[in-house]
Ligand binder design. Sequence first.
Ligand code: ADP
Length: 480
Amino acid sequence: MIFQIDIATLTSVNSVFYSILLGLLFLFWRQNKDVDAILWWCGFPFFRIIYSLISSDSIDYENGLIIYLGNLSVVLSDTMLMVGCLKFTGLELRWKTIYGYLAVFVALCLYQYSTGADLANRTKLVVIFDLIPIIASVYALSHLENKAFAIEKFFTIFWISFQVGIFSFWILINFDFSSPTFGPSIILSLAFAYLSHIFITVGLIILTIAQRRNQLLSESRKHKELERNLERVLEVAQTANEEKNLFLTNMSHELRTPLNAILGFSESLKLKYYGELNEKQYEYVDNIYGGGELLLKLITDLLHLSNIEEGKVDIFLEDVNLNELLTKTLPLLQEIVGKDSDRLKISNQLSEVGKGTSVYIDQIRTKQILINFVSNAIKYSENDKDVLLDLVDHDDDYYRISITDHGIGIKEDQYENIFLPFNRAGIDRASTEGIGVGLSIAKNLIEEMNGRIDFVSRFGQGSTFWIDIPKSKQRQLPIS
Ligand code: ADP
């Protein structure tokens, strides 16, 4: 008969049909692994497949335990649908309630098994227990509030609800699976069930896509908003920085005039232009002069930093003979070291490496950096410790000038702060003079010269700071 189908055919059709749905959902999950709900939804066709495999024509349809396992699979299938929907909408998942509900179903199945319930009653029990997660799924999805995907939501809810209709119809007509073949009305209602499962699967997929699209849109809107805010903050910060730089420039000019007077007059007194000074007077004048000099250095550093920030520092790059540069710089460095100028040791290979080589740098700025290195090396080590100036031919592009000391060294957790302006890397402000801008200026300058700066240090043992200065470009010219 044309409208009759045997149960073996039905179960194979079932298995193939739900395998396709499972494949679809699984592939979709692979593209959207961060959406947990899809994996739960995979359980929806998966347990239908288990059901189909269990209810092959070989099983005892009268009252075998296996048929109850099949029934449990159907209920589990829709429970998975429900868990997925709850996860998707972010509603609270009460696992205890879900376990309790499944336990009640299993208990009732066992009761039916022991009392030998007929197929019609068994079917009724499954259908009733199946309705609960389906209704809960509809309830969960109806909580999705976003209007942006209202159509997708309505579509999915409609097809899930459609199942409720089909199941209610089965209960109503006292649907009986006991017949080995099925008549037209059952075939039709099964066809509708399939249809609803296809559309439920499609609905879940398009709903997820719609929600993702919506999330992306709102994220990109947020990003734009954030970008706009950042731009505004940047503008404010830039204005504040410009004002700060203007203030620093004005201030340092204002401060320098009286400071130069202090330095000039105290130096004249020190040089005894206006007569002899007693020991105490000399000591105080010397202190005034020393303090003035330090203050001048700090003001100059600050001004320099603000000029660098404003891009106002001119860098004059030229080919410079390395030996000449070092010969000119050495007296300056020795002056920094002061009385014990022999503390500054020069590496034996210095003149050897520097001979006949030229670098492409700004001489004054390079000297400035080396002065900063040496004054730090002296400042941060004890009076009797040597400081070594070294030069190596580092690689094809750079010579490396380094200053090594055996001083206090730098703690590892401070390494990343060393070149930040106004950072003293844990040094107590009162114990050692300085404001923490020398190295940040040095970094800016060397980078302007296309060079590099870095250091190695061991806390308590000393540090080596170096700059890599670019070799002269002439070196690369063809020899004529
Ligand atoms: P300042 O010396 O004025 O603090 P710098 O920018 O020259 O500023 O140095 C930043 C910080 O780096 C210093 O405060 C100090 O903690 C650390 N530092 C620099 N050179 C050395 C060195 N040779 N040995 C140990 N610490 C150093």
